[in-house]
Design a binder for this molecule. Sequence first.
Ligand code: FAD
Length: 235
Amino acid sequence: MSCNVILLEHTPRADSLVAAAARLCYSGGTAGELAARSSEETDEAQARFLAGLWKSGHHSPLEHASFTFGVDGLSRVASHQLVRHRVASYSQQSQRYVKMGQSGAAVVTPPSVSSNPQALLIFQRQAEASLSAYEELCALGVPAEDARFILPHGWETRLVFTMNARELHHFFALRLCRRAQWEIQSLARQMLRLVRVTAPLLFRVSGPSCVTGQCSEARPCGKPYADMEDLLAQQ
Ligand SMILES: Cc1cc2nc3c(=O)[nH]c(=O)nc-3n(C[C@H](O)[C@H](O)[C@H](O)COP(=O)(O)OP(=O)(O)OC[C@H]3O[C@@H](n4cnc5c(N)ncnc54)[C@H](O)[C@@H]3O)c2cc1C
């Protein structure tokens, strides 16, 4: 089961804003002049400039462009990994204030479980037993913030989070690697597809090291992505 991600808000004209900010560093022009010039550049000229900026290591202009996502149906297993990325802002549904289980045992089922009928039976039985125990504890007057201790790690959660373009490149490099956990790979891939619509030049090339250069993994997966299309075509 895969989570559902939407892009709630983003910096308008992020490609040309980042290029204008970077040009300011190397030019005598005012910010207004450079922004006007930047918005008139052809896509190819802008893409060349942004690629050169990235290659040079001058990455801070990318921090001017930010992207806010909403995600549903992500497990707490994956959200725990997501929030390890510190250069971001997060709001997560509270299990203290929101009663869980209003629509059944909302647990993310890993593909290795859903594809194995026997494993699926065990998994669902345990998820439902946990939910029953949670509900019984709540009925006994145990506060939701304490009853939740019995819920599985795979329980679904919801978040709104914001990352800037520099952090997104870092996130995609780590989390789109085939060696990253399957659910966070799926989240990252959906996010990359979304930002490529609004900032196609900034994210023309973004992802694990096999796509942006040479694999840097100590234990390579042995199945490097051929290119961006190959990376984006996966589920
Ligand atoms: C495949 C994989 C396996 C992992 N396994 C484990 C695991 O077993 N156990 C575990 O605990 N974690 C694990 N992690 C999480 C990992 O250690 C990082 O916490 C997580 O990927 C966030 O990365 P980050 O710190 O680079 O990113 P961010 O927090 O987003 O930071 C971005 C960049 O900002 C800079 N930065 C941010 N904060 C600081 C700071 N305080 N000081 C200096 N520089 C800073 C760094 O350059 C950093 O790379 C794993 C991650 C991956 C991708």
